[in-house]
Ligand binder design. Structure first.
Ligand SMILES: [Zn+2]
Length: 267
């Protein structure tokens, strides 16, 4: 397994000493060869470095004072076929998304924001080339719907995946896609979340701890059973949503139609 870290660094100048700003200049100079993109005025350059490495340790050291420096790290994993064959499940979170105006959830509890998907899923936007085999989201974050195209849906059903874990998504009267709407829940615990129980409805939820720079690791709670269903959802709401978990069988059917960073491999 090879791990890279994609990093952006922003500095709160008003809280920095002259020395800290000088240190930043030196670090940015060193990071020049690692620039892979631009995240805009606030976040600045995006760097990609090996993990672990000397330069990675230097960045962490620089970001030690969280009042002065804001660090964002995304870890990118490159697994071998042998390693992937040992995975217990795959957390699906496609990066490609289409903004659109409709809402498909109801929020029964204002306190924690847990949500219930409406019965008729209707999106406001038609996707060009929507029938080719692929996976994407309608909307982003709170109102997002993870979907697979009609062609890919037909392909997985043909391979024996249970159709009850998917719901048709329409644009007007036209079938656009199928959304992942799993029937069964499963519990995974992430080391990078803080867990709370809603005082009002009792629902458990996890909040991402932005100050944790560790690689996210998951603990599986209880037996994993994909015999009937190849898709499960987390019982805990993570940032207001139940995350989608795929069986190794389903992952193997769809892997050619997703990017490696669209899934988190869970061992
Ligand atoms: Zn609640």
């Amino acid at each position: 397994m090879k791990i890279d870290a994609k990093i952006s660094i922003s500095v709160y100048e008003e809280f920095c000493t002259e020395e800290k700003l000088e240190e930043e200049k030196v670090l940015r100079e060193k990071l020049q060869p690692y620039i892979v993109g631009d995240a805009g005025i606030v976040l600045g350059d995006i760097y990609r470095v090996d993990y672990p490495s000397e330069i990675f340790s230097e960045i962490l050291k620089f970001a030690d004072n969280k009042e002065q420096v804001h660090l964002m790290i995304e870890y990118l994993f490159d697994y071998s076929e042998e390693e992937l064959a040992k995975a217990r499940m795959f957390l699906l979170n496609p990066k490609k998304f289409y903004n659109q105006s409709k809402e498909y959830n109801e929020y029964p509890c204002d306190a924690c924001g847990c949500r219930i998907l409406k019965n008729n899923l209707n999106v406001g936007k038609k996707i060009k080339g929507g029938t080719t085999k692929r996976i994407y989201k309608f909307g982003e974050e709170i109102e997002e719907l993870i979907c697979l195209s009609v062609d890919l849906y037909n392909a997985i059903i043909e391979k024996g995946v249970n159709s009850t874990d998917f719901s048709p998504v329409y644009c007007g009267k036209e079938l656009q896609a199928y959304a992942f709407t799993p029937q069964n829940e499963y519990r995974i615990i992430s080391n990078n979340n803080e867990y709370k129980k809603c005082d009002v409805c009792g629902r458990e939820y996890g909040l991402w701890d932005p100050d944790r720079y560790d690689i996210e690791q998951f603990t599986l709670c209880g037996e994993v059973d994909f015999s009937e269903h190849d898709v499960l959802k987390t019982d805990i709401y993570y940032e207001r949503e139940q995350r989608i978990l795929l069986s190794p069988k389903l992952y193997n059917i769809i892997k050619d139609y997703i990017n490696s960073d669209d899934v988190t491999v869970i061992f």
